[in-house]
Design a protein around this ligand. Structure first.
Ligand SMILES: [Zn+2]
Length: 135
């Protein structure tokens, strides 16, 4: 499983992670699925509604807007991204418990610059390769 994403998107997510600290940033990834792989073709930043700083909850209005934008562009919402201000770029217990959509990618970033991709596949969150594309 791999997620291919332009370097510019990765830079944008790291910037959002730093700007949101000490809270978590979050957003949705638009793109195209190719079997168990996916290509990121757009980012849709979302408001984080979580009350606690070490959680994230995508605002439903932003979720719907991302789905509309994806449909209009002939794409799908293939994943989400969020940051772990104090932690590692690894899914937390809450992330694992919150995952539910099959073949959905999770990109986790830290303000320090770490970034890793995961995918929820057959009921389990597993590591995925993050491949940088130039465009
Ligand atoms: Zn998390």
């Amino acid at each position: 499983m791999k997620l291919t994403m332009p370097g510019a998107f990765q830079a944008q997510i790291l910037q959002a992670a730093r700007a949101a600290t000490p809270a978590e940033c979050c957003g949705l990834i638009l793109g195209r699925r190719e079997g168990e792989d996916a290509v990121a073709l757009g980012l849709h930043a979302a408001r984080n509604l979580a009350a606690a700083v070490d959680r994230f909850e995508v605002a439903p209005a932003d979720q719907f807007a991302a789905q509309r934008a994806a449909r209009a562009a002939g794409l799908a919402v293939i994943g989400c991204y969020h940051s772990h201000p104090d932690g590692a770029a690894q899914p937390s217990t809450e992330d694992r418990n919150g995952a539910g959509e099959e073949n959905f990618f999770w990109l986790i970033a830290t303000p320090a610059g770490a970034m890793a991709a995961f995918v929820y596949l057959r009921g389990v969150m597993v590591g995925a390769d993050l491949v940088t594309s130039s465009s």
